[in-house]
Design a binder for this molecule. Structure first.
Ligand code: ZN
Length: 160
């Protein structure tokens, strides 16, 4: 299979069968991330323990395939990692979509490296970075909308 097709497959798979879509029972942090240019609207929920480790995470809401797949792949990477490691992944991802990341930085992103071509699709960059930017706002800036389950009427109606 050609590499580009493989990458498209990865994105499709995460969009159709997201591993981390849903709601956490008691998230430590929850934040809404919106990309008005496409209509992507997600609620990112993270469980952070006392050692600043991301022990669990989910996202909910609606959006295009790229925004959903990217959020799912991001959670795949950061669950089980420290806050600092998660933020380093976010930096690498931002570097990748700006074409400034090194091959090693791109490789560190594992499946999320499938979105490398987004760098050549400026209109979709905001879709790809939505989940990552929301995670940065939470872990770097401490933004949260509370620690309860999603305060979002949209989320429950978007469940399959
Ligand atoms: Zn989008």
């Amino acid at each position: 299979m050609e590499l580009k097709n493989l990458y498209r497959e990865i994105v499709n798979e995460h969009n159709l069968h997201p591993i981390h879509k849903g709601d956490l029972e008691n998230p430590s942090m929850i934040l809404n991330g919106v990309n008005p240019s496409c209509g992507d609207d997600i609620y990112l929920q993270l469980q952070i323990d006392e050692n600043d480790m991301v022990t669990d995470g989910k996202f909910n809401g609606s959006g295009c395939a790229i925004s959903q797949a990217s959020a799912d792949m991001m959670l795949d990477l950061i669950i089980g990692k420290s806050k600092d490691e998660a933020l380093k992944y976010a930096e690498n991802f931002m570097g990748m979509v700006r074409s400034t990341a090194s091959p090693e930085e791109i490789e560190s992103l594992e499946e999320a490296a499938a979105l490398e071509d987004i760098a050549h699709m400026p209109a979709r960059v905001k879709c790809a970075t939505l989940g990552w930017k929301t995670m940065q706002r939470m872990l770097r800036d401490g933004e949260t909308e509370g620690g309860m389950s999603a305060p979002c009427g949209v989320c429950s109606t978007d469940d399959k």
